[in-house]
Design a binder for this molecule. Structure first.
Ligand code: FES
Ligand SMILES: [Fe+2]
Length: 449
């Protein structure tokens, strides 16, 4: 098994007896009423990610986050703090801002009201024409609560929501050795998909599908359920920790190049120095930890400084209820976020933020499960329409591309008269757990309140 220390709040994520056994009914994947209930009881209650902290370096730097029909802005204040506001003018509700970027103020394009970075009205035309009193200095934009974690800027529309650190608990503790805020967002992409958003919550809460859908992964990350650890946390978050070594069950054919050999060589180990495949995997995995521990500084992997031996090689994949997941491997912080379409329950948006740690002397990185390199530089925002795969062909080397390809089949399956209650493996326990947490929100009994 693995040595990443188990947090006291972690429940066994492979034990369905910890669940109520709520059915996973099919209308949740296409019904507009269900979508409305999610807006009323879920999306307006949770913490959302607005963007990254490094988008807000100077006073006036602004992030815009559009979510369904809502829009929120987060802006850096003169004193360095952050404030968040609904992106709507306090005069007669015109939208204020359409895009990220630096701003001295928010100037409404309709009647010319000018709001300060602090949300207070600074000026407006005809100030003497308001019988109820001059609005300048008196009116304010409506605020949302803002907080930061992992180099990310979060906000919630709910004044009663627990503080961000309580909402995320215990993730800030679990990942304290990682320097997420030092990463570069080398890919910043949003893809429009024809699928209910919960495809992704289901999909990322199990790794049962990976050996079938992602055959390139087991030779790199062990996909065996009996070597992985599964955890569920009280606030609805969950994770799997898989071993950062090849699975012994799924082998690359003899004579074919093996990605594990490349990894061993990168750290000065000789893949041919082991007597057989099992030893190369198991002893090589231990040797890799030792080599990383010994050489990280010399090789320029400064982000390894606080990582434990386990964190140097293993592959935790974390879901943050309800619509975020990230892989926290030693070399990258790959974040996924999926959000519903504003009006159509059978569409969603998928965000792919590939964040990597700069390494001295290197200007690009190849993810261990991909083929194409990524440059160590901040990417521009890149919006794509999936378009039956045609809109993202350049990403066909990505694991997530194979998940996108599954969307069309789920879309029709969830609508079918042949739909059956899912028959879940123990390693899919986190899937039902997700729906039970969703039900708790919809019933106005979210965890932590
Ligand atoms: S709606 Fe903004 S100034 Fe009138
Ligand atoms: Fe997948």
């Amino acid at each position: 098994m693995n040595g990443i220390v188990k947090h006291p709040l972690a429940m066994d994520g492979k034990d369905p007896s910890l669940l109520r056994g709520d059915p996973i009914t099919q209308e949740r994947y296409y019904c507009r009423d269900f979508m409305q209930r999610e807006w009323d009881h879920l999306w307006t209650k949770i913490w959302h990610i607005a963007g990254r902290e490094n988008q807000l370096e100077q006073p006036g730097d602004t992030i815009v986050h559009d979510f369904m029909r809502e829009s929120v802005i987060v802006v850096k204040q003169a004193d360095g703090s952050l404030k968040g506001f609904y992106n709507v003018c306090g005069h007669r509700a015109q939208r204020l801002v359409w895009d990220h970027g630096p701003r001295d103020c928010f100037h409404c394009p309709y009647h010319g009201w000018r709001w300060g970075k602090d949300g207070v009205l600074q000026d407006c035309p005809d100030r003497d024409d308001f019988p109820q009193g001059d609005p300048v200095g008196k009116l304010k934009l409506k605020e949302v609560r803002v907080a930061t974690w992992a180099g990310l800027v979060w906000y919630t529309m709910d004044e009663q929501a627990p503080p961000l650190m309580d909402y995320l608990a215990p993730l800030p503790e679990i990942y304290r050795n990682f320097q997420f805020e030092k990463t570069v967002r080398a890919r910043w992409m949003r893809v429009a998909l024809d699928c209910n958003w919960k495809f992704w919550s289901d999909n990322f809460n199990e790794s049962y599908h990976t050996r079938t859908a992602h055959p390139q992964v087991p030779p790199v990350i062990d996909q065996d359920h009996f070597t992985s650890r599964y955890e569920m946390f009280p606030m609805g978050h969950a994770r799997i920790i898989q071993m950062g070594r090849p699975s012994l069950r799924d082998r690359v054919a003899d004579g074919e190049p093996h990605p594990w050999d490349v990894e061993l060589k990168r750290w000065g180990l000789d893949p041919d120095g082991y007597p057989d495949y099992e030893t190369k995997v198991m002893q090589g995995w231990r040797d890799l930890k030792a080599a990383k521990r010994k050489l990280w500084k010399k090789m320029g992997y400064l982000h390894y400084e606080h990582l434990t031996d386990e964190e140097l090689t293993e592959s935790p994949f974390q879901t943050v209820f309800p619509n975020i997941a990230f892989g926290a491997s030693a070399d990258n912080f790959g974040l996924f976020r999926w959000e519903p379409h504003a009006t159509d329950p059978e569409k969603c948006y998928f965000d792919l933020w590939s964040m990597v740690y700069p390494v001295e002397g290197q200007n690009e990185i190849i993810n261990r499960t991909a083929r194409n390199p990524l440059k160590f530089e901040e990417a521009e925002f890149d919006f794509r329409d999936y378009d039956n795969g045609q809109g993202v062909l350049d990403l066909s080397d990505q694991v997530v591309f194979q998940d996108w390809q599954l969307n069309a089949g789920q879309y029709t399956g969830w609508r079918s008269r042949g739909y059956q209650e899912p028959y879940l493996a123990a390693q899919e326990t986190r899937v039902r757990r997700f729906h039970e947490t969703l039900h708790d929100y919809l019933a106005d009994h979210p965890p932590g309140r």
